[in-house]
Design a protein around this ligand. Structure first.
Ligand SMILES: Nc1ncnc2c1ncn2[C@@H]1O[C@H](COP(=O)(O)OP(=O)(O)OP(=O)(O)O)[C@@H](O)[C@H]1O
Ligand SMILES: [Mg+2]
Length: 448
């Protein structure tokens, strides 16, 4: 596509001359005779670059540039200037002009400047779009939830994100703690600084220490070079400490110091390094209990838990399940090129009633596997895994009083078989009887 330039000058010769010359260079060229007309044209859209004179009636070049840059910061502005107004041109550069060129005009030179400016602005635009996409990816839009507890979580994220306060996120595995940490960082003033994650349970103590704080060459066997730690990498940005409850007490001391004094030394190093890092941590433990047990330092706990966010397990916010089911269905249908139109009420009810010990992660995985495996376009109970269907109500057998022991046994055996989908080995395991005994009893009761 041809780039569209706008040439603004009150002298018709210059306007028309530039139009002709730049059209020959392959640009589409619009003209305007003063700043006001130019602004109107820019507002109409699709102008990629502005070339403007400074002294013009009505709205001057300076005013035009100021206004254009405030409305459309990614449209480069090039200033045309006579020798008498070079100082003004320099001033314009200071105020955001891309470049200036003096009259009489050297078209080749102008053409070069235009070319460079357009390349530069398209890069800027691309970057901006990437940033917007990233932002969208991490905004709360993709954290699904409309239940009251989730609304509270969103509200806290919004309040805490702009600050520098450390945040501790509590919640069972798979409840979305990491997503929330991401949302906080990406909605904070540190969003364009680094965001570093450390999984504290994944590393043995010695490695975790050098991972967090780095080490000097020769600090220990194997330290063949100096290594920068995660704290250094996160300088000015955010550090996410996942499973912070797993940090051994040795490292807790060092962590406390870096939070309190904003400085630390690399392992084996002596020079204190200054850092400014915001810490978001997550845990599926009850840290307060850990403090009472003496396994987690109380002073550190208070430093990390300046603001706490509790993410409830999915079974305590069942209102969110239908929405999640639909969003995940949509996501995985697209990913797998499947045309899934919907889900039956009964199937949805079963999903809502299930207790989801693995929380949202489990629900997401279940929906993915259903979408991949299903042959139909409507998801029904038959598509759900057996364990989801044997929901709470179904896992209780009601036996009224007045029934004989033999009858009760018969009913329990039948019920268990139903829940195992007719699998006798599983049923005998659950009932804690041998397979042979189960067969004999089935025969006695006349059950095929
Ligand atoms: N509210 C939500 N909306 C959409 N997806 C969610 C939500 N909560 C969690 N998920 C998804 O569930 C999975 C687990 O989320 P995440 O890793 O954030 O959980 P976690 O609490 O950090 O788990 P763990 O304690 O196991 O580390 C991810 O795939 C995430 O996309
Ligand atoms: Mg996690």
């Amino acid at each position: 596509m041809k780039a569209k330039l706008l040439v603004v000058d009150d002298e018709i010769n210059i306007r028309e001359g530039l139009k002709k010359a730049l059209s020959l260079d392959g640009y589409e060229v619009e003209v305007a005779q003063d700043g006001q007309e130019a602004l109107d044209k820019i507002d109409e859209g699709d102008i990629d670059l502005v070339i403007t004179d400074l002294r013009m009636p009505r709205v001057s070049g300076e005013e035009l540039m100021k206004e254009a840059l405030s409305r459309y910061p990614y449209i480069p502005v090039i200033i045309l200037t006579g020798h008498g107004t070079i100082e003004n041109a320099v001033e314009a550069m200071r105020n955001g002009a891309y470049d200036f060129i003096t009259k009489p005009l050297n078209i080749d030179k102008l053409s070069l400047i235009v070319n460079r400016a357009l390349e530069n602005s398209s890069l800027k635009r691309q970057n901006r779009e990437l940033l917007l996409q990233l932002k969208k990816k991490y905004s709360f839009e993709n954290i699904i939830g409309k239940s009251t507890p989730m609304k509270n979580v969103f509200e806290t994220i919004e309040l805490v994100a702009p600050s520098r306060a450390n945040v501790l996120i509590y919640g069972e595995s798979g409840t979305g703690k990491e997503m929330i940490a991401d949302a906080i960082h990406h909605n904070s003033p540190r969003e364009d600084k680094s965001y570093i994650k450390v999984h504290c349970a994944a590393l043995p103590e010695s490695l975790l220490e050098s991972e967090l704080f780095g080490h000097e060459k020769g600090a220990f066997t194997g330290a063949i070079a100096r290594k920068r730690g995660r704290f250094e990498l996160a300088h000015l940005g955010t550090l996410f400490l996942d499973e912070v409850g797993e940090i051994p007490s040795q490292i807790q001391v060092k962590l406390l110091r870096v939070i309190q004094e904003r400085e630390f030394e690399r392992v084996g190093g002596e020079i204190p390094l200054k850092v400014d890092v915001r810490i978001i941590s997550a845990t599926n433990k009850n840290l307060k209990e850990e403090v009472e047990n003496g396994t987690f330092r109380e002073d550190l706990y208070y430093r990390l838990d300046v603001v706490s966010i509790h993410v409830p397990p999915l079974r305590e916010r069942r209102d969110d399940v239908p929405l999640m089911v639909h969003k995940f269905m949509e996501e995985f249908s697209k990913e797998n090129n499947k045309e899934i139109e919907g889900i039956t009420n009964a199937a949805l009810q079963a999903l809502v009633a299930y207790k989801w010990p693995g929380n949202v992660r489990e629900l997401r995985n279940v929906i993915e596997s259903i979408v991949v495996l299903t042959k139909g376009s409507i998801i029904s109970e038959q598509d759900l895994p057996q364990y989801v269907l044997s929901r709470d109500e179904q896992s209780h057998l009601k036996i009224p009083s007045g029934v004989t022991l033999q009858e009760a046994e018969k009913r329990l055996i039948l019920f268990t078989l139903q829940n195992t989908g007719g699998n006798k080995t599983k049923a005998s395991e659950i009932l804690n009887i041998g397979r042979k005994t189960l067969h004999r009893k089935l025969g006695e009761y006349g059950i095929a």
